[in-house]
Design a protein around this ligand. Sequence first.
Ligand code: ZN
Length: 100
Amino acid sequence: MAYETPDHNMEMPCPCQKCGGWFDLNDGRGSDKWFPDTVICEQCAEIEQKEIEIEEEISELKSEIEDAEYTIKTGKERMAELEKKLKEIQDHDFKPNYGF
Ligand SMILES: [Zn+2]
């Protein structure tokens, strides 16, 4: 909620860079992403934190999915290799020093 004029009860009224509302500087919080090195109002700071949390979770999930895809890819390659070797063994008579 944006006020046109600062509340006279505020010790240090500041306009919020994000929403344009007035807030007491003592109640504000440092912005981590939207306005680095700037204090913004508490409500905006909470929304900003939520945005950061969501972005972090998405980023973690992307990384987990990439790892899982790598595991599947290398696992399938190794399995194909082993199946080929197994078939070679099963299709040939055993010879000493058979190299594999
Ligand atoms: Zn704000």
